[in-house]
Design a protein around this ligand. Structure first.
Ligand code: PLP
Length: 498
């Protein structure tokens, strides 16, 4: 476990105050992660850092845990606690922490060519990585556009679809079909495609461009409906919506193969193929958002074809492509689609979309090193072998009164907590329950990804059986402690569970 001082680099804060003074006297210096230094860094974060999904109501009151080191499947916090990383960072730390090969590939690239403008040039790693990804993706998805992460991958893919239809002289074909429960990112259009209602307060969205269908969540399907019937319902709803709006107005359908941040929602068997067939029938492009599911999470480079039997027109990726070591994302697009708007017959066709860091050479070098590790260590095979054990062990938690369902596939799973198992109501306190479980688990040595009433687990792909056992045991204990708390506080009782 790395406890090196280099893990924390304090920067000059720019304003007076004890922490600022301490760092300004030694700008850029490292501070040992102990004692007062931790308190000072937490104070800097509390005062100056605004983080994703920041609760502004509580701004300035508490910093998020300060991590100072990591190795394999463990992270270490500033208090010296070693925690098993249940969510693999944010679904991204595929090959685990502390991989010197990736760091060295990045360093070498930074020394030889730290940057090149993608407007005027390209680089060896970008060219090689595009070719590798073209090999990994299904069908004729042979072209790759690089972005800076998942949101920009989704946005760029959607902008391509709009460009495509404008160029083809059908500017009215612009609507995007998405689903309730989806998460596609935080840029304007990607956020508009997201379907998590509680993320929609106080923000604006491109509602004129996006239409949401029902969440394909079999666990919360209408009462009395079979899972097969639910699949029929979803497909019939999709077709009815296409006919209501007019296929000539619908440009694309976007879907995560498994809705990740929505709570690892796995649509019913056959859903993907039938949704894809509807897209073909009505000339609608099918975009698979594989930002989470690609690069091994389900035991394959990409899951669309190998797991769900569909070849999308466009597939997005990010996160696992570099195992989170450095930002990178992108989309792969089919030759047949691109050919329709390219070549000498398509004069003036310019896809005016890109980023200063599209195909960044250091990011692409990190991705190539990451892919080499996945291959050399046979991690795709490892995921396929170990995931039944991972799923079976987690499934044992369904016996706990607070747990309604444990579901998942590959190395992604969700523990869905409910007040009572019959009505499947999330607890009245649902915003807190995942957080409460996470807090207990962190005390016990496990990081959980809490989402309202749910706990999502998606560990690094290198995880082994003893670590899975440890994860499940801590999670069990964390849930039991939460049950006790809820009962003590009079908020819930286990007799409600039946
Ligand atoms: C399916 C999916 N798409 C897109 C994104 C956005 O990716 P990023 O946070 O890298 O912008 C996420 C992030 O979790 C995601 O889960």
């Amino acid at each position: 476990m790395s406890k090196s001082n280099a893990d924390i680099v304090a920067r000059p804060a720019g304003k007076a105050g004890p922490a600022a003074a301490a760092t300004r006297s030694n700008p850029g210096a490292t501070i040992a992660p102990g004692g007062n230094a931790v308190a000072e860094l937490e104070a800097l974060a509390t005062r100056h850092l605004v983080q994703p999904w920041e609760s502004l109501e509580n701004l300035g009151q508490e910093a998020r845990p300060l991590l100072t080191g990591a190795e394999r499947v463990y992270v270490e916090d500033a208090k010296g606690n070693r925690l098993l990383d249940g969510p693999a960072g944010m679904w991204c730390m595929q090959v685990g922490y502390g991989r010197r090969e990736i760091a060295e590939a990045m360093a070498e690239q930074a020394m030889s060519l730290a940057y090149n403008s993608p407007w005027y040039s390209t680089s060896t790693p970008a060219a090689e990585l595009a070719a590798r990804i073209a090999e990994m993706t299904p069908g004729d998805l042979n072209h790759v556009f690089f972005t800076t992460g998942g949101s920009t991958a989704v946005d760029s893919a959607l902008r391509f679809v709009h460009f495509f239809n404008n160029y083809k002289g059908r500017p009215e074909k612009k609507l995007i079909l998405s689903r309730g429960g989806a998460y596609h990112g935080s840029t304007y259009l990607a956020a508009s495609c997201s379907g998590k209602e509680r993320d929609k307060v106080f923000l604006d969205f491109a509602d004129d461009l996006v239409v949401h269908l029902s969440s394909p969540n079999p666990y919360r399907r209408p009462e009395g409906m079979t899972v097969e019937g639910f699949c029929d319902f979803l497909i019939e709803e999709m077709e009815a919506k296409i006919l209501e709006l007019g296929p000539e107005r619908i440009a694309a359908f976007i879907g995560e193969p498994i809705l990740a941040s929505g709570g690892v929602l796995m649509p019913p068997e056959g859903y993907h193929k039938r949704a894809h067939a509807l897209c073909r029938k009505y000339d609608i492009l099918f975009i698979a958002d594989e930002v989470v599911t690609a690069f091994g999470r389900l035991g394959h480079w990409f899951a669309s074809e190998e797991v769900f039997g569909v070849v999308p027109d466009i597939v997005t990726f990010a996160k696992g492509v570099t195992s989170g070591y450095v930002p990178l994302g992108g989309f792969a697009i089919s030759s047949s689609l691109l050919e329709q708007v390219s070549g000498p017959d398509n004069k003036g066709s310019v896809y005016s979309n890109g980023y200063t860091y599209s195909g960044h050479p250091v990011s692409c070098a990190a991705a190539l090193a990451n892919i080499r590790i996945i291959e050399q260590e046979h991690l795709l095979e490892h995921v396929r072998e170990i995931s039944p054990y991972f799923q079976a062990r987690l499934k044992e938690l369904e016996a706990l009164p607070l747990v309604g369902e444990v579901r998942g596939m590959g190395l992604m799973a969700c523990v869905d907590c409910v007040a009572d198992k019959k009505s499947k109501n999330p607890l009245a306190l649902d915003n807190e329950v995942g957080g409460r479980i996470d807090a207990h688990c962190q005390e016990l040595g496990l990081v959980v990804r809490p989402i309202y009433n749910m706990c999502v687990m998606s560990p690094p792909l290198i995880i082994e059986k003893p670590e899975i056992d440890k994860m499940v045991e801590i999670l069990r204990k964390g849930i039991e402690m939460t049950q006790d708390d809820l009962e003590r506080e009079g908020l819930w009782h286990r007799s409600m569970a039946e």
